[in-house]
Design a protein around this ligand. Structure first.
Ligand code: F6R
Length: 617
């Protein structure tokens, strides 16, 4: 939510800031703004809507300063408007601030500042920050860099409640930006006579591969040549730079029309790299995990906690882990888990899944379980992300940066990694036979080529054709049983996110218990059939909707057991183990949502109201 960029160096800051904003736009796109330190003042330019509006309509090219901060907004407090856009200035126009996060006690702080004579020009929570910095700067009366400027920022943070990643410019300190984070991401890239700041690594990966990942309540003073780190009491400390292996081109569109399409096509690679070298001599290895047979045997409960698509990956894993390992697994939505007083003991293992590793609810749910004595395991796509720093143990998907707001390759990589984890647990526990596990291993190893098969031209035409026929509809349903129900939830989420068509996913057997009342002529029902044992049951449910006039799309690898001519559209996928079939069956649904959104002329990478990384509650 909201993207932040910063630059301190010898080049003109504006093109670098705009370029960074364009790459971060998926984090928010209600409005955008930049503040550049010019000779004797801070110049702020803002506009509503996309970064392009800021770039094209505000003469930003006339700014010549070499130090600046920038922001692309996902509105929380105050509607998208010029005055609510960041950067925000204090009343004296000495300080400029951009902020990602939420200041929960902003009303109280605003009241305090108003009593001190400050005036507010926006409805945002952020505007208290530059004014508080100004207040403390003058109250402390020290105008030096550390004891003056930095102290004013640390004093301000001591009274802020909530989450924040903040960049601050001070008119009196050319070539200097101060940054801090708490529960919102911020990274610093080290260059040669220049340094970069951003909410995430891909935004500035083309400039440097050497990153500092800021910790909570850690402050940094960034100048052209140096970066110094401090705690809230102004004690300076050393920090190690981390080299990032991602290829800069991984965050480019690479000839694809949209990031989402590119990321759908990257799935064979993402799965291959997530499997990596974990299988050796038919043993699945997780050398970074310290689990023993005794520990796993002591578990009475595994919780898998996540949001959205990541939670859907957890549902697929529940089925597998329970069957392979005989441990009860509960999948929880993070925002529910954190407030429902879950039963947590030292015999509980909590697994948290987060592509970004920055989702506020998932992080809070992790902190809660850790405080109550459970072991916590994070699954993320971003090395060094907040969740991996909080968790006892971390393992990674290797999907590469996911830029499109709608998650695709992260989901299939998460299901893959969770399958490997299931096998690893089952091996330790000896709860499944070697034969069963090696069948599953072979199925997993075959997935990259099978995904490539699903992505072949012929299937794309079929799906494009279906999209043309159904894109104007208002309601759709997704049906499945067992693991097909888990993936139906993901198919339905993809469709609503990017096509804005109302859709619901139901366990096929549940249809008769209410939702069938909504089925009538013109409604499309998409069914997934990949579990032979359940095919006849789901086929009967599809028949019930056909009888009521629904159009039907069937996604299946069980052609032998269905009458292929009975449905309006059939998409076939390769056969695989039912534990991992969602990795294949989700792909036609990702593509169908994509083509439907394209037919409707929508921006698939940046669907309305959404942001890639939900760093607020
Ligand atoms: C949907 C989607 C979201 C995310 C959710 C969690 O396409 O991308 O539902 O899955 O916001 O995000 P992470 O995995 O970053 O915690």
């Amino acid at each position: 939510m909201c993207g932040i960029v910063g630059y301190v160096g010898e080049k003109k800051a504006t093109p670098i800031l705009i370029n960074g904003l364009l790459r971060l736009e998926y984090r928010g796109y209600d409005s955008a703004g930049i503040a550049v330190l010019e000779k004797d003042h801070i110049d702020v330019r803002k506009d509503i809507g996309r970064v392009k509006n800021l770039q094209e309509n505000n003469h930003v090219e006339e700014l010549s300063g070499t130090t600046g901060i920038a922001h692309t907004r996902w509105a929380t407090h105050g509607k998208p408007s010029k005055e609510n856009s960041h950067p925000h200035l204090d009343n004296s126009k000495n300080f400029a601030v951009v902020h990602n996060g939420i200041i929960e006690n902003y009303s109280e702080l605003r009241e305090f500042l108003t009593k001190q004579g400050y005036t507010f020009y926006s409805q945002t929570d952020t505007e208290v920050i530059p004014n508080l910095i100004h207040y403390y700067y003058h109250k402390n009366g020290d105008t030096s860099l550390v004891n003056g400027f930095l102290r004013a920022v640390t004093d301000t943070c001591k009274v802020l409640k909530g989450s924040y990643a903040i960049e601050v410019l001070n008119k009196d300190f050319p070539n200097t930006v101060i940054v801090v984070r708490k529960d919102s991401p911020l990274v610093i890239a080290k260059g040669d006579k220049e340094n970069y700041i951003a909410s995430d690594i891909p935004a500035i990966l083309s400039y440097s591969k050497d990153f500092y990942l800021l910790e909570d309540n850690e402050f940094a003073i960034i100048t052209t040549d140096e970066i110094h780190f401090y705690d809230a009491d102004l004690h300076e400390h050393e920090k190690h730079v981390k080299s990032i292996e991602w290829d800069a081109s991984a965050s480019e569109k690479d000839g694809y029309e949209d990031y989402m399409l590119k990321e759908i096509f990257e799935q064979p690679k993402a799965i291959r790299e997530t499997i990596g070298t974990r299988f050796q001599d038919y043993i699945c290895r997780f050398e970074e995990l310290p689990f023993t047979k005794e520990y796993l045997q002591s578990l009475t409960q595994i919780y898998i906690v996540a949001c959205g698509t990541a939670m859907h990956a957890g549902l697929v894993a529940k089925n597998m882990i329970e069957k392979l390992c005989h441990i009860p697994v509960t999948v929880d939505i993070a925002s529910e888990f954190r407030y429902r007083n879950p039963l947590i003991t030292s015999h509980t293992l909590c697994i948290y899944i987060s592509q970004s590793g920055e989702t506020a609810d998932t992080i809070a749910a992790l902190k809660l379980a850790k405080a109550q004595g459970a072991k916590t395991l994070a699954i993320s796509n971003v090395i060094g992300s907040s969740i991996t720093r909080e968790a006892d143990y971390s393992i990674y998907t290797h999907a590469g940066p996911e830029i499109a707001v709608a998650s695709t390759k992260a989901y299939t990589a998460q299901v893959t990694l969770l399958s490997l984890l299931g096998i690893y647990f089952a091996q330790l526990l000896e709860t499944s036979t070697k034969e069963d596990l090696s069948v599953l291993q072979n199925a997993i190893l075959a997935l990259p080529n099978q995904i490539a098969e699903v992505l072949k031209e012929e299937n794309l035409h079929i799906l494009q054709n279906i999209a043309k026929k159904i894109y104007q509809e208002k309601d759709m349903f997704f049906l499945g049983r067992g693991v097909d129900y888990c993936v139906a939830l993901e198919g339905s989420l993809k469709l609503k996110e990017i096509s804005y068509i109302h859709s619901e996913a139901y366990a096929a057997g549940e249809l008769k218990h209410g939702p069938i009342a909504l089925i009538e002529s013109g409604v499309t029902v998409i069914s997934i059939l990949t579990d032979k044992a359940l095919t006849p049951k789901t086929v009967s449910n599809i028949q019930e909707v056909i009888t009521r006039g629904a159009k039907t799309v069937v996604i299946t690898n069980d052609e032998e057991n269905i009458d292929m001519n009975h449905y309006d559209f059939v998409v076939t996928i390769p056969k695989t183990s039912s534990y991992v079939s969602p990795i294949l069956s989700v792909i036609p649904m990702q593509l169908l949502s994509y083509y439907i959104a394209k037919e409707k002329g929508l921006d698939v990478d940046k669907p309305r109201n959404l942001a890639k990384s939900v760093t607020v509650e």
